[in-house]
Design a protein around this ligand. Sequence first.
Ligand code: 9MS
Length: 233
Amino acid sequence: KEKVEITKEQQALMKVIADAYNRHQIPQDVAKKLLQDQYSAEENFLLLTEMATSQVQVLVEFTKNIPGFLSLNHEDQIALLKGSAVEAMFLRSAQVFSKKMPNGHNEVLEDRIRRSGISEEFMTPMFNFYKSIGVLHMVQEEQALLTAITILTPDRPYVKDQQAVERLQEPMLDLLRKLCVLQHPQKPQYFACLLGRLTELRTLNYYHAEMLTSWRMNDHKFTPLLCEIWDVE
Ligand SMILES: Cc1cc(Cl)ccc1OCc1nc2ccc(F)cc2n1[C@H](C(=O)NC1CCCCC1)C1CCCCC1
């Protein structure tokens, strides 16, 4: 039986990433807001663009705290953020969706999202992903590392120095692997399962532009920041 040990520097890395992630949490208020009232497709779309815009700003702050990120080539820093923002958004949405709420609230939230204006065809892949994240019951550290690993994906479009990104991603993957063994000793496949979620996340990336343009309303308006991040307009 392999004796897994987290080294001193891995403990330090975990603290930096977890603190950065906790400091830059999107307030849970989007779920609360959705539970408060039923909104029109237009209001829901506006809510999404507001939440998504603030999520991107939060993501940039989190990313700047990843050790070594600011030493990467500047164009590569942008390419990594642009390439991972949508996945980080869905990952964050899944974490918000999976938070246990008082009786019946999770069902109401799902219903509000189902009727928000997103086209029917995207509901299944989106909720399948949310449920597959929910059943993992990830701890905060795992969520933070998984987000950092998503951002540090070397094979994003236009990344020039992929090796430099791999050198930053590898220690995160090694730390996450150890954390999974320590946190979920009864689930030896847990780490592999987490990485499998990142593959599912990429498929949602593929749908995102169409999810937005097919939102059940006319005249979809996006903020300039979202035009940069979402392949729209
Ligand atoms: C992330 C995303 C991308 C595309 Cl293209 C389409 C859709 C989408 O989010 C769906 C989605 N899944 C959710 C699960 C739980 C939840 F509380 C809100 C959720 N949302 C949307 C949202 O506010 N997401 C933000 C969450 C915080 C981080 C930034 C994003 C609300 C917008 C209002 C109409 C009901 C859906």
